[in-house]
Design a protein. Structure first.
Length: 283
């Protein structure tokens, strides 16, 4: 079997999840087979997600339910990267945790005490997505940030794909707090900022990683900023017109309709800026 560019050049594949491997409870067609094919060739697969709501084990279980052989060690979340950014600013103590289990567990892993209300013992704020985040949570964050505490956002994705369509992401909730406090977060962990990918690279020891994603402004831009080659798949939020309009770090190295290009045994199609030859029909 002929080798493709991944086998020749990339030692670790960094997969975004929402819109690339799955959408909600369902696998993206062809994704499971493609990941299995890459793993069978000895290429390490690591899953990097801006979604901060779940723990790595919960994400890994979801992947296993879909047929992907994954463990918690194969998953890096923006909550984990965010907790690392908190640790760069404060040594220990209570951190106001806005978000789901992924946020609280990541803080505990770093030795912090996650709390749900701001008081005199609170030392920082970490805000990530959680389906149950409400007004009271945003208000507590506002009180803490106005008091001068460091504010870390796990990511600024304005939307994320669901089976019913695009829904508000953590960026929309962070925007509400930013409007109330009059400033942006002190640091952001998720793509396109470097913390998430740097954590994945450190964990895997990657020398030539390939970032695979469906979003130009997060997945592709993150790789571009770090000088990592990128593969855009058209199974999530990016459409043809957005790809054609991509500029700067958002221009992918390669572009495919879906992950089947990984297992095809043919070279990945290099993307030439301003051109896109869609093969949706007849593939």
């Amino acid at each position: 079997m002929s080798q493709n560019l991944i086998e020749l050049q990339h030692d670790v594949l960094l997969f975004d999840l929402d819109g690339v491997v799955y959408v909600g409870p369902h696998a993206v067609p062809g994704a499971v087979a493609a990941i299995a094919a890459a793993s069978a060739r000895g290429i390490r697969c690591c899953f990097v997600t801006n979604n901060a709501s779940r723990t790595p084990e919960e994400v890994a279980q979801h992947l296993r339910d879909l047929g992907v052989d994954a463990t918690a060690q194969d998953v890096v979340t923006s909550s984990q990267a965010g907790a690392g950014l908190v640790a760069e600013r404060v040594d220990s103590g209570e951190v106001l945790a806005v978000g789901g289990r992924g946020v609280t567990e990541a803080l505990r892993e770093r030795g912090f005490d996650p709390v749900s209300a701001f008081d005199s013992g609170t030392v920082a704020v970490m805000q990530g997505y959680g389906a149950d985040v409400g007004w009271r949570d945003l208000a507590e964050a506002t009180y803490a940030i106005r008091a001068g505490l460091p504010w870390i956002a796990t990511n600024l994705d304005m939307t994320f794909p669901t089976p019913r369509g695009l829904a508000p992401g953590n960026g929309a909730l962070v925007g509400a707090v930013a409007a109330a406090v009059g400033r942006r977060p002190d640091a952001v962990a998720g793509k396109p900022e470097p913390a998430l990918l740097l954590e994945a690279i450190r964990r895997t020891g990657a020398l030539r990683p390939l970032m695979i994603g469906d979003r130009l402004d997060t997945d592709i831009a993150a790789g571009g900023r770090l000088g990592i080659e990128t593969l855009l798949v058209m199974t999530g939020v990016c459409d043809d017109q957005q790809l054609l309009a991509a500029q700067g770090d958002e221009i992918p190295t390669f572009a495919c309709i879906d992950l089947s290009c990984i297992e095809s045994g043919t070279p990945l199609p290099a993307y030439e800026p301003g051109t896109w030859h869609s093969t949706r029909e007849g593939r």
